[in-house]
Design a protein around this ligand. Structure first.
Ligand code: IPE
Ligand code: IPE
Ligand code: MG
Length: 248
């Protein structure tokens, strides 16, 4: 029996977000350089994308590089950017074949020009994909997102396009870079760290958190399935009582 058989296909999260963490530790355990860990993480990315698409997830957001990750040693940053270029180039045909649309969120203008070019090309090539949207969070942080939203919102107020009294939660959400996506129902974090690390701060308000001790390069389809099963066992109350939820 495959792991998929025990999954309730009627209760698949529309949006799953992943903090792919633990590459450095994975490499260190094997006596390798941190970069070796990043290179070894591509299989995990591929398996997660495939499994999410197979299960019917509509949006898969992968935290690939945070605003704070710019503070890592320059050589590691450079290696990550190169890996990004190579991986996008290598995987675009698979995305196309599987009707997966590539998107990105983050301060993309800060990425090296060749990364920006590669990303833009892949996004353009895959833009008609309807099966799933794969969102790469690159030079992204939740505070960056909220700050750019505040900047654009106040500019619109200054120009008279928006009245302060009309600002609702939906207005704020519409200025975030995730404006057209549902909030994630499930957040997966590998490597056992119990924190958000400045990921989707607004969007994770009611997201179910699933943390596994596995290091990201070891993450496979069966582990994604296990996260979905764990999600399906949760009771999502949104502030209500359990009785309110279970009465049909
Ligand atoms: C995640 O693995 C990859 C990125 C943050 C780019 P890490 O590089 O953070 O690995 P650890 O946490 O040091 O083991
Ligand atoms: C979070 O991992 C960012 C990404 C996975 C891209 P980090 O390794 O940067 O997080 P911290 O520093 O341990 O919180
Ligand atoms: Mg880390």
């Amino acid at each position: 029996m495959t792991g998929q058989a025990e999954i309730d296909t009627q209760n698949i999260p529309a949006h799953v977000a992943v903090i792919m963490d633990g590459n450095g530790r994975w490499a260190k355990q094997r006596g390798g350089l941190r970069v070796f860990g990043h290179q070894s993480a591509i299989t995990a990315v591929r398996e997660t994308v495939e499994e999410a698409a197979e299960l019917g997830v509509q949006y898969l957001t992968l935290y690939a590089f945070s605003t704070e990750n710019w503070n890592r040693p320059a050589l590691e940053v450079m290696a990550l950017m190169q890996l990004l270029v190579h991986t996008i180039r290598q995987e675009t045909s698979t995305l196309l074949k599987n009707s997966i649309r590539l998107e990105s969120i983050g301060d993309i203008a800060t990425l090296p020009k060749n990364c920006q070019r590669e990303l833009a090309e892949a996004k353009e090539l895959t833009k008609t994909g309807t099966r799933m949207t794969l969102v790469l969070a690159l030079s992204y942080s939740g505070r960056w997102d909220l700050t750019q939203a505040a900047r654009r919102m106040t500019a619109d107020v200054a120009e008279g396009k928006l009245k302060p009294a009309d600002v609702t939660e939906n207005t704020v959400a519409s200025y975030l870079v995730t404006a057209n996506m549902p909030d994630p129902e499930l957040l997966i974090r590998t490597s056992g760290e119990q924190r958000i690390s400045n990921f989707l701060l607004w969007q994770l308000a009611y997201t179910e958190l699933y943390i596994t001790d596995l290091l990201w390069p070891d993450f496979r389809k069966q582990h994604f399935q296990e996260a979905i099963r764990a999600y399906q066992r949760r009771e999502r109350r949104f502030g209500k009582t359990s009785e309110q939820i279970t009465v049909s």
